[in-house]
Ligand binder design. Structure first.
Ligand SMILES: Cc1cc2nc3c(=O)[nH]c(=O)nc-3n(C[C@H](O)[C@H](O)[C@H](O)COP(=O)(O)OP(=O)(O)OC[C@H]3O[C@@H](n4cnc5c(N)ncnc54)[C@H](O)[C@@H]3O)c2cc1C
Length: 328
């Protein structure tokens, strides 16, 4: 196992936050995980896992062993009468995996195209976009349980998926996801019942939907390679119907249990914070929900900006914003 000391993670997180790990290791083979767990225990350094670094806020100095997840591989596991069953290694790039399924004539994931990061991190927050989410297609995953020292299979029920939620967020760091298996229905129709996709013609290929989604995303979100960001920085808050009614003009999305989902971006924008800047950190001038690194920002800068936004939204609307990216 090759450990690298004082590993620079600045290029390994999409916010581009300056960060160093005491030690880092590339995990391209799951069989090294037991030894890695022993090394963590022996050294007293906690073990953190990183995929594409697109949903994390990294401290400047991580006194930890950071495992960079690079387990590859993707295959059609089997075909049933109704579904194509596909499996991918945790370190596979999510968008490349989506594009591969469509090139192999297995449509379904096109609305989820363009989401940065890895396959292995996708279940952690049940990634979603344009009216689809991972759990719509999820069959199972394999994960190494660092506490029990065994590989476990999780089905959808075990994962307890919710809106940007899963079981894995309730026990952070315990399970290392090794591979994910999805079931893609063979009877396919484009999913167009979502703003931005509703004008698409009924006769359209999955590849055309994918291209449209990628173009839409590019028109709304900054390219993290140019302007560091982690996508949406806060969850859309879910409040009671009464509370939602108090906020005049707010876009609201009814939930099955009678509550209302509000747009965090709208709330922030109403506070005059679209394009706002605090030191090297700021909100994107075309989308207030995206916090950006204008250059040289650290976790401290992002935390100060996030606290300022939360305070303004709380004061004006009495709504609590919850951060989406995970603090490591
Ligand atoms: C521009 C942009 C747009 C985005 N748009 C969306 C969107 O539309 N919808 C959406 O849902 N998300 C979106 N995101 C967030 C992000 O892309 C997803 O959450 C993605 O799944 C994170 O993948 P990652 O590999 O980068 O995870 P990382 O950021 O590396 O890790 C995230 C968390 O998962 C853990 N983790 C990573 N890999 C593993 C593993 N194999 N086993 C166990 N734990 C692991 C990490 O420890 C960390 O806690 C966006 C981000 C950006 C930058």
């Amino acid at each position: 196992m090759d450990m690298i000391s004082d590993f620079d993670l600045t290029g390994s997180n999409t916010m581009g936050l300056k960060s160093f790990a005491r030690r880092a290791v590339i995990v391209d083979d799951p069989t090294i995980l037991p030894a890695l767990a022993r090394e963590s225990a022996a050294s007293g350094l906690p073990l953190y896992f990183l995929g594409g670094g697109s949903n994390v806020v990294l401290r400047e100095r991580l006194e930890a062993i950071v495992a960079l997840m690079r387990i590859g591989g993707r295959k059609v596991a089997r075909q049933t009468d109704t579904h194509s069953i596909v499996t991918a290694g945790a370190g596979e790039n999510w968008h490349d995996f989506v594009a591969w399924t469509i090139a192999e004539d297995m449509p379904g994931l096109e609305n989820l195209a363009g989401i940065p990061g890895t396959v292995g991190a996708a279940p952690i927050q049940n990634i979603g976009a344009y009216g689809a989410q991972l759990s719509d297609f999820f069959l199972s995953l394999e994960a190494y349980d660092l506490q029990g020292g065994v590989v476990r299979t999780f089905d959808a029920q075990d994962c307890r998926f919710g809106y940007r939620q899963s079981h894995f967020k309730t026990e952070p760091g315990r399970h290392v996801i090794l591979s994910v298996t999805l079931a893609l229905p063979r009877a396919w129709r484009p999913k167009r019942d979502y703003a931005g996709l509703d004008q698409l013609p009924e006769q359209i290929s999955a590849r055309e939907v994918l291209d449209h989604v990628v173009a839409l995303r590019a028109s709304k979100l900054p390219d993290w390679r140019v302007l560091g960001n982690a996508g949406s920085f806060f969850h859309n808050p879910v409040v009671s119907a009464e509370k939602a009614a108090e906020i005049a003009g707010a876009p609201r999305y009814p939930q099955p249990d009678g509550t209302m989902k509000l747009s965090a971006g709208w709330l922030i924008e109403q506070c005059g914070l679209k394009g706002f800047r605090l030191g090297p950190a700021g909100t994107y001038d075309r989308h207030a929900l995206v916090l950006v690194n204008h250059g040289g920002a650290t976790r401290t800068d992002i935390a100060a900006l996030a606290a300022h936004i939360r305070e303004k939204v709380r004061d004006r609307f009495d709504v609590e914003l919850v951060q989406e990216p995970i603090e490591l």
